[in-house]
Design a protein around this ligand. Structure first.
Ligand SMILES: Nc1nc2c(ncn2[C@@H]2O[C@H](COP(=O)(O)OP(=O)(O)OP(=O)(O)O)[C@@H](O)[C@H]2O)c(=O)[nH]1
Ligand SMILES: [Mg+2]
Length: 292
C-alpha cells in the first residue's frame, strides 16, 4: 500500500499527497534524510530504505527527488514499478518546466489525480486468517458478493482463495486473501500471505478458538508479516456463550470487533472496519508487537 508521495527539488516541495498519515515518525525529518540519499542516485535508479513498519522508495530524475512511502510489508517490486510509471507521467507533463527556472513558479497540483491513479493500480493485500469454520469465507463473500447473501453452509476452503474488493476505499482497492483454516493448510499460509499489508484475525469468539489462534496462527503470522497491521473479528456474536469483542480482543492481544458474518445486514459494518483499518482510523496492532 502506497501511503504518501513527496517530490522535492533544491529542497523545495513541488508536490505532496498524504493518503494515510504516518503518526509514528516525524515526516519532515525522514524526508530530509531520504531526499539527501535520493539526490545521490543516478538518473532513473530506484532505491529504498526501511524505518520501523514503513519503507521509503525513492528516485532521482532531472535533479528532482521522488519519494513514496509504503507499508514495509507490501511488495517492493510492485511499488518500484509504480514509481517508474509515476515518474514517467510526471515527466510527460513537466519535463520542460524542470529544465529551466520555470519550475519555481509552476503549480504541480494538477498531478494529483495521476498520482492517485497509480496508487489504485496496486491492490492492498488483506489476509483473512483463522481456524476452519470461524467465518473467513463468509466474510469474504459478505464483502464481495453482496447480491448472493453470505453463505450459510460450511464448505472448508482448500488451500486458499482470493477476490478483489472495490468499495468506498478510494484510492485503494483491496485484494482479499481467504486462507484455508484447517490445520493441514496452515503450514501453506506463508506462501499465500507474503506482502500482505493488513491481517484480519477471524475467531468464533470461543476460548478454544482463541487458544488455537495463539498457538497455531500467531507463529506463522509473526514470521511472515511482522510489519502488517492487524485487528481481530469476534465473529458469531449471536451464538450462546460468545465472548464479547472486548474480551476476545483482550485475550488475543489484538483489538477485537464484533461481527455476525452470516447476516447480510452486517456488510456495511464489515466494509467500514476494513476501510478504517486501511486508513488507520481504528485501533489495530502491528503483528510483530502482539504480546501473548
Ligand atoms: N451463527 C453464526 N454462524 C456463522 C456466522 N458467520 C459465519 N457463520 C457460519 O459458520 C460457517 C463458517 O463457514 P466459513 O466461512 O466457510 O468458514 P471458514 O473460516 O472459511 O473455514 P475454512 O475455509 O475451513 O478455514 C458457515 O456455516 C457460516 O454460515 C455468524 O456470525 N453466526
Ligand atoms: Mg473458508
Amino acid at each position: 500500500m502506497i501511503r504518501e508521495i513527496h517530490i522535492f527539488k533544491e529542497g523545495k516541495t513541488l508536490f505532496e499527497d498524504v493518503i494515510v498519515p504516518n503518526r509514528d515518525l516525524d515526516t519532515s525529518s525522514v524526508m530530509m534524510l531520504v531526499s539527501s540519499s535520493a539526490k545521490k542516485l543516478q538518473e532513473w535508479k530506484i532505491d529504498s530504505m526501511e524505518i520501523e513498519r514503513y519503507r521509503y522508495v525513492y528516485m532521482n530524475s532531472h535533479d528532482t527527488q521522488f519519494i513514496m512511502t509504503m507499508d514495509r510489508q507490501a511488495s517492493l517490486q510492485k511499488v518500484s514499478e509504480a514509481m517508474m510509471t509515476m515518474v514517467s507521467k510526471f515527466m510527460t507533463a513537466f519535463e520542460s518546466v524542470l529544465e529551466t527556472d520555470e519550475w519555481k513558479s509552476t503549480d504541480f497540483s494538477p498531478f494529483g489525480p495521476g498520482f492517485r491513479a497509480v496508487v489504485s493500480r496496486i491492490p492492498v493485500k488483506v489476509c483473512l486468517a483463522g481456524h476452519g469454520g470461524t467465518g473467513k469465507t463468509t466474510l469474504l463473500e459478505l464483502a464481495t458478493l453482496p447480491s448472493k447473501g453470505p453463505p450459510q453452509d460450511y464448505v472448508p476452503t482448500f488451500f486458499g482463495d482470493k477476490a478483489l474488493l472495490k468499495a468506498d476505499f478510494d484510492p485503494y482497492i483491496f485484494s482479499m486473501f481467504d486462507l484455508g483454516g484447517q490445520d493441514r493448510f496452515v503450514q501453506e499460509w506463508g506462501k499465500i500471505i507474503r506482502s500482505g499489508s493488513m491481517v484480519v484475525l477471524v475467531t468464533d469468539s470461543t476460548q478454544e478458538n482463541i487458544d488455537w489462534t495463539k498457538r497455531v496462527a500467531y507463529p506463522v503470522l509473526k514470521a511472515e508479516l511482522p510489519y502488517a497491521r492487524a485487528i481481530a473479528i469476534a465473529n458469531k456474536q449471536d451464538m450462546p456463550g460468545a465472548l464479547s469483542p472486548e474480551e476476545v480482543g483482550k485475550r488475543l492481544g489484538v483489538p477485537g470487533y464484533g461481527m455476525q458474518a452470516n447476516q447480510a445486514d452486517f456488510r456495511e459494518r464489515w466494509l467500514r472496519l476494513l476501510k478504517d483499518l486501511a486508513f488507520e482510523e481504528i485501533d489495530s496492532i502491528v503483528v510483530g508487537e502482539i504480546v501473548e
